[in-house]
Design a protein around this ligand. Structure first.
Ligand code: GLN
Length: 499
């Protein structure tokens, strides 16, 4: 099998071929490292490629297989890990200068689970600084480019992970989703991404942005691969106080029993209208028609409070970040500036924060500190929390009527690099359809539903399920994926230009 055959395989195929001895984990890893070498200069999906570490992990898998052991369900499958998770002995920057040079002394629970499952971690992927952004342009290390069109953004904040999948640099990737950072880049790159139910994937070792919203999750090129990864990373962790102590929903089984028949699907009325690109709506509506043909019962559902989700999110997330990012004080981690013996610890800390945080992070720390200040707490943070309750109630009413909700993942396709960097509010609008899910703690998936006729770029469809019903995403998502592929005659990424 040639390198170019190997990189096109799904994770499911790779796991099967390695387990049966048809290809070695080392060959698979080498093929992906060569691909990264060949294309990542253009794409910039990775901040750090762990060449030696990946080869060592692959050799260890091959050695265990040779001894007749079964080294985990994803043995030898390469993976791209968002640089928000700690990796023992491997740099973790979270896209920020303030963590430049920091080598974590421990693995995140998610990292540990990936290793236990036998995955080969190729390296750490680019992201908006501290996961704040919708385009990966806020990375302190330069933007990632969309493999579909290198002049466009891959979405954010997990643009590196999504671009790595779309550029065939890895068959699996991990993202984090605070307001859409897994789903939104998935939509813009023609890949699949899932934000699991809040509390179902451990946050231990995930650099905190907004703790009540952050959630790690799986990314891949197919729904079935996403499910395999989901099953590996989810589950209770005593190291995370918000971790749910309950069985993981049967996500892998759900893809095997894919079906839309009899499912009650709600189309969210509020996710349409001004600001939604015509081609995005066209592909979305065609997919809804297809769901009807597949036997789903489709109704329109209204969630009036969703209109206020964006302003509420942009008070809650900065408030939490202003508290979480206080730990970067130049004493405990990373960058230290101006420590020449003449300055106080406070002065060194202030200089280091001025030099180490980028403009968007500073904007949010200031906004969050203001929103939490005693004179304004009730007017801003308090109101935002009340809106959050209304959104939760809207979801509860909707899920009394339907099994899942659907919407476009993003109002538009991938926008040009530079278009929104100087207009934070335009950037924030990219998360209009994804944010309510984080505020309520539900589960949601984005999967490719075609190319927009205006620009030939991928469109994502979002499926939303109630908390701990993540399996519904996979049951419906896999059914839609198959039906769309039959209609189109090829896989979503086959439409992308060669790099
Ligand atoms: N774009 C949103 C933000 O900037 C969401 C980011 C995320 O999910 N990490 O906060």
């Amino acid at each position: 099998m040639t390198d170019s055959d190997i990189i096109k395989l799904t994770a499911t195929e790779i796991a099967g071929l390695i387990a049966s001895g048809e290809v070695s984990a080392l060959e698979v890893t080498e093929a992906h490292l060569a691909r990264i070498e060949a294309v990542d200069e253009k794409v910039h999906a990775f901040l750090h490629v762990d060449h030696e570490g990946a080869l060592a992990q692959a050799r260890a898998v091959d050695a265990r297989l040779a001894k007749g052991e079964r080294p985990g369900p994803l043995a030898g499958v390469p993976l791209a890990l968002k640089d928000a998770f700690t990796t023992r002995g491997v740099p973790t920057t979270c896209g920020s200068r303030i963590l430049e040079g920091w080598i974590p002394p421990y693995d995140a629970t998610l990292t540990r689970r990936l290793k236990d499952a036998g995955t080969v971690i190729l390296g750490k992927t680019n992201m908006d600084e501290f996961a704040m952004g919708s385009s990966t342009e806020n990375s302190a290390y330069g933007p990632t480019r969309n493999p579909w069109d290198l002049t466009r953004v891959p979405g954010g904040s997990g643009g590196g992970s999504a671009a790595a999948l779309a550029a065939y640099e890895a068959p699996l990737a991990i993202g984090t989703d605070t307001g859409g950072s897994i789903r939104q880049p998935a939509a813009l790159t023609g890949t699949v991404g899932v934000k699991p139910t809040y509390g179902s994937v451990s946050r231990y070792g995930l650099v905190a942005y907004s703790s009540s919203l952050d959630q790690g999750g799986p990314c891949a090129r197919t729904v079935a691969d996403t499910a395999l990864l989901h099953a590996v990373i989810a589950g209770h962790d005593p190291m995370d106080s918000t971790s749910i102590d309950a069985p993981v929903p049967p996500v892998v089984e759900a893809t095997r029993h894919a079906s839309a028949a009899g499912m009650r699907v709600g189309v969210v009325r509020e996710f349409a209208g001004e600001g939604y690109q015509a081609g995005v709506m066209q592909r979305f509506e065609e997919s809804v028609d297809l769901l009807r043909e597949l036997g789903a019962e489709v109704v329109e559902v209204s969630c009036p409070s969703f209109t206020y989700a964006m302003p509420a999110y942009y008070l809650i997330a900065p408030s939490e970040c202003s508290s979480n990012l206080a730990r970067f004080d130049a004493i405990r981690y990373g960058l230290r500036t101006g420590d020449d013996g003449t300055r106080s610890a406070e002065q060194v800390s202030a200089l280091s924060r001025a030099a180490g945080f980028g403009p968007e992070v500073k904007r949010r720390i200031i906004l969050g500190t203001y929103a939490l200040s005693s004179g304004y707490f009730d007017a801003y943070y308090g109101s935002a929390q009340r809106v959050r309750t209304l959104i939760i109630q809207d979801f509860a009413r909707a899920f009394a009527q339907v099994d899942v909700l659907v919407s476009p993942t993003m109002p538009t396709t991938a926008f040009p690099l530079g278009e929104r960097v100087d207009d934070p509010v335009a950037m924030y609008r990219a998360d209009l359809c994804t944010i309510p899910v984080n505020l309520a703690g539900n589960a949601a998936m984005s999967l490719p539903c075609g190319l927009s006729p205006e620009d030939g770029l991928p469109v994502g469809l979002q499926i939303i399920a109630p908390a701990m019903a993540d399996d519904r995403l996979y049951r419906l998502g896999a059914a839609l994926e198959t039906a769309l592929a039959e209609r189109r005659g090829h896989r979503p990424l086959d439409g992308a230009p060669a790099l």
